[in-house]
Design a binder for this molecule. Structure first.
Ligand SMILES: Cc1cc2nc3c(=O)[nH]c(=O)nc-3n(C[C@H](O)[C@H](O)[C@H](O)COP(=O)(O)O)c2cc1C
Length: 181
């Protein structure tokens, strides 16, 4: 698949077969995730495959389907990474904006991970709705590491529903482009 095909083929997958997802595949996804643009490499990943752990995460999200995936990757952000004295952002005072930085770092990593999964024939779904405290406790994140999202990973049980997007014009303003001519 070309990158364009991967991007347009990826869909949220919410039902999975029992086929396991091997450790090598997960390593591949995480390896590609860390190549995303990042302000401070603040991402933390916890791989959850045991049933009790998945059940806790599904409960924290009130979304039962995620426990049916062979693996759930919990993505956290070290919210203090930008504020550390050694960080270039600290020097520039830019660490003050870390609230947005860590969201961007983790989002870019998650997208890389999900696109790689698509290329590998794996199904994923971005899970952003959950009780943060419960998820942090379930995976043992220390204070300062904030759970941002969870990504169940599995083999799709059926082809995902085809959905589209609103027309491009609704997202874009060309006003300033025209003014530059
Ligand atoms: C920040 C964010 C949070 C999301 N949270 C959830 C969620 O909690 N549960 C869920 O089933 N899907 C969740 N999604 C997936 C979206 O519903 C889905 O991406 C959207 O409907 C577009 O469908 P597509 O992924 O198939 O293109 C989330 C997506 C994003 C980007």
């Amino acid at each position: 698949m070309t990158l364009e095909e991967i991007i347009t083929t990826r869909r949220s997958v919410r039902s999975y077969t029992d086929k396991p997802v091997g450790r090598e595949a997960i390593v591949k996804l995480l390896d590609l995730a860390r190549w995303a643009p990042c302000a401070s490499e603040c991402c933390r990943f916890v791989v959850v495959a045991e049933a009790d752990g998945k059940a806790l995460l599904a409960k924290a999200a009130r979304q039962d389907f995620i426990a049916t995936a062979p693996v759930i990757i919990v993505v956290g952000a070290d919210t203090e990474a930008f504020a550390k004295k050694g960080s270039i952002w600290y020097r520039w005072d830019a660490y003050k904006f870390r609230g947005l930085f860590y969201i961007q770092d983790t989002a870019a990593a998650i997208q890389n991970l999900m696109l790689m999964a698509t290329e590998m024939g794996l199904g994923t779904c971005w899970i952003g709705s959950f009780n943060e405290g419960d998820v942090a406790k379930a995976v043992g994140f220390p204070a300062g590491v904030r759970p941002v999202a969870m990504v169940p990973v599995g083999h799709p049980a059926k082809p995902p529903k085809k959905i589209g997007r609103r027309p491009l014009e609704e997202f874009v303003s060309w006003e300033k482009y025209a003014a530059a001519k």
